[in-house]
Structures are given as C-alpha cells and as structure tokens.
Design a protein around this ligand. Structure first.
Ligand code: HEM
Length: 360
C-alpha cells in the first residue's frame, strides 16, 4: 500500500479553510452582507476555490496514491498559498507553484502509466498551471477561468475514462472521447487570442464530453445496483453530467460574458452542478482512502445532493431571468448544501471510526 504522510490531516484542514473562506467570499460577492475576513475577500473567491480547495484536495489525493514524499509539495504549496492569500499579497505565487509541481507529479504518473486517461488528467493539471501562470502575469480572472474549468473537467473526465475500462470500450468509443476532449482543449487554447469564440468552442467540447459520459460511463449500469452507496454514486455522476451539458450550452450561448448573471450561471453550472456532484459521489470513497478513516454510506447523503441541485436550479433560473432574489437565495442555499455535505460526511466518519489499533 502507498505510504501515507502525517501531513495529510493538516493539509486537508487547510483545504477546508480554503473552501469556507472561498464560499464566504462568494456570498459577499453575491451581495450578502457578511463580515469580511479580509476586506477584498470577494475578489479572491475564484482562486480560493480552484487553486486553494481543489489544489489541496486533488493534489493530496494524487500524493497519497503515489506514496512519494516529494509529491506532497503540490498540495503543500497550494495550502501555503491559501494562508498567504488570507494573510497578505503572496498567495498567487504560492498557488501557482502548487500547480507547477502538480504538473511534475503528472509527468511522473504518465511515465509510470502511459495511458489516455493519465494523459487526460495530465492535460487537466497543465490547464490549471497555464491558467495560474497567466493570472500571475496579471491577466484578469475572467480571461483565465476557462483554463481552471479545464483543470477540473479534464481531471474528472480522465478518472471516468479510467473506470470505464471495466466496460471494455470499442475503438470508436475511445476515438469519440479523444475528439470530445480535443474539441474542449482547442477551445481553451483559442481563448488566449479570441476569448468569446474560445469559450463557445470549449462549450461545444463540454457538450460532446457530456454526451460521451452519458453514453459510456459505467454509472448508467450501476444506477440499479443493490448497494445503496453504488446507487448514490451513480446518481451523483449522472446528475453532474446533466449540469456539464447545461454549462456547455450556456458557454455556447453566452461565451462572451465576463461578469454578471450569465457569467455566474455558466461557471457555477460546471463548478457546483458538475464538479461538486462528483465530489459528493466520490467523497465516501476518497476521504477514507486519503485520510485512512472508515466511513459508512448513509441514506442522508441524498439530502445534500438533492439540495445542491434544487438550489442551483433556483440560482441559474434567477441568473437567466435576471431575478436577483432567486440568484441570491440560490447562492446562499448552495452554501448550505455544501455545509450539509461536510456535516453528513463528518458524521459518517465518526460513526464508523475504526477501533484503536485497527488497520486503516
Ligand atoms: C457555494 C456558493 C458559491 C457562491 C455563493 C458563489 C458566488 C459567486 C459569485 C457571486 C461570482 C461572481 C459572478 C459575477 O460576476 O456576477 C462568482 C464567480 C466565480 N466563482 Fe463562485 N460561488 C460559489 C461556488 C463556487 C464554486 C464551488 C467554485 C469553484 C469550484 C466557484 C468558482 C468561481 C469562479 C472561478 C468565479 C469567477 C471569479 C472571477 O471572475 O473573479 N464558485 N462566484
């Protein structure tokens, strides 16, 4: 089994700090009058969520899986970047360093396992680093945000491709995946010179990836599994794919948006609807693997999943109809869904903590 470093607990805790501070900043940005942790916290919402929370959590997951000490440097720089962002001006440099080390981690992974799924996840890591380098060079967040979308979308798509190996994909299915991922990547590259056209092309790539995942993911079969956990994971995956499709359609329609309700709808369809549905589904498997704790599936997990989707529908409807209360309440209730997820997850861990001395 891979070696687990003792730093994983403080790192995961700092990831959670990024999540809480990031959501706090998002709520401030939405107009809820919360006391600021730092005066301009709202401006740091995006970097804290992507390079802070997801930088730490995904970096930590890879480091634990590889079991090499140096790979912990990626989540460590991201975590230090979170602290630096909350305390002073040096956050962007550390967050960018975290993503560059993460690219090095993926070079190592691809050398060990030269597969399409590893390369797809590696492209996700590279996408994150490119976005961060451009941001560090002074580009505004709306010009780099699709590279950050690429980080999460390609990481998840690569993971799903890896698991769909169990279905023994045909050559045509593999070619379809490469075409969809290639279209999405071409859109990201195009954003550098033509932001709106690039966003539209990336949106078409997201739609193509949605169709591929809906058609080929093993989740369609596992939705009828006798295991409650397996059915829950399938529900997370399939509902998340639907949001990826919505995000793709919105990017095609409103690719030029750089702030405001349409920008909000496009980004959060993917970040909350797609990415967090994946997190909800994978948490009962990933948290025990990363932290070495056991966790039981609880039917109450369905509550945070349904709450996330229902409140995101309210928010996106509010965005599209330019109806401020719908958008604001939807955003606040999105935060509640994330909080409920953390509470339900923590309760599931505590109830099943292994007795002292038991193997993790
Ligand atoms: C849970 C509740 C959340 C709230 C209340 C929230 C709120 C907001 C708001 C109000 C904006 C600005 C939109 C505009 O220009 O009008 C925004 C932008 C953004 N959000 Fe969120 N958000 C949330 C969750 C997330 C999550 C989970 C992620 C990522 C995983 C995320 C990433 C971003 C990014 C990258 C931007 C662009 C920032 C920029 O342009 O400076 N948000 N969010």
């Amino acid at each position: 089994m891979a070696k687990r470093s003792p730093v994983r607990f403080p790192l995961m805790a700092l990831g959670m700090v990024a999540l809480v501070a990031g959501v706090w900043g998002g709520l401030m940005r939405m107009g809820w009058g919360l006391p600021p942790v730092r005066p301009d916290l709202a401006a740091w919402h995006g970097p804290l969520m992507i390079s802070g929370f997801f930088g730490v959590v995904i970096g930590l997951e890879r480091a634990v899986a590889l079991g090499r000490s140096w790979t912990y440097a990626a989540p460590l720089f991201s975590a230090l970047g979170v602290l630096a962002t909350l305390a002073g001006p040096s956050g962007p440099l550390l967050l960018t360093l975290g993503s560059l080390v993460f690219v090095a981690v993926f070079i190592r992974i691809i050398r060990l396992e030269p597969t399409v799924h590893a390369a797809t996840m590696g492209a996700g890591a590279l996408s994150w680093a490119i976005g961060n380098v451009l941001w560090l060079a002074g580009w505004p967040v709306h010009r780099v945000v699709l590279w950050w979308v690429g980080y999460l979308v390609l990481t998840i798509a690569g993971e799903r491709l890896e698991l769909s190996r169990l279905l023994r994909l045909t050559g045509a299915a593999r070619a379809g995946f490469l075409a969809a991922a290639g279209l999405f990547l071409a859109g990201l590259v195009l954003t550098v010179v033509a932001p709106a056209a690039g966003a539209r092309l990336a949106g078409a790539g997201m739609l193509a990836l949605t169709l591929w995942l809906m058609r080929h993911d093993i989740a369609r079969r596992t939705l009828r599994s006798p295991s409650g956990l397996t059915r829950f994971i399938a529900a997370c995956l399939l509902s998340g794919y639907a949001w990826l499709g919505v995000a793709g359609a919105l990017a095609i329609l409103y690719g030029g948006a750089t702030a405001g309700p349409l920008y909000d709808a496009m980004l959060h369809a993917v970040f909350l609807g797609f990415v967090f549905a994946m997190i909800f589904g994978h948490a009962p498997v990933i948290f025990p693997a990363v932290l070495g704790l056991s966790m039981a599936f609880r039917p109450a997990f369905h509550i945070h999943l349904v709450l996330l989707h229902a409140t995101l529908l309210l928010r996106v409807a509010g965005d599209l109809a330019n109806w401020l209360p719908g958008r604001q309440w939807g955003g606040l209730l999105n935060a509640l869904a994330l909080l409920l997820f953390l509470v339900n997850t923590a309760r599931a861990v505590r109830r099943t903590a292994p007795p002292a001395g038991a193997a993790p």
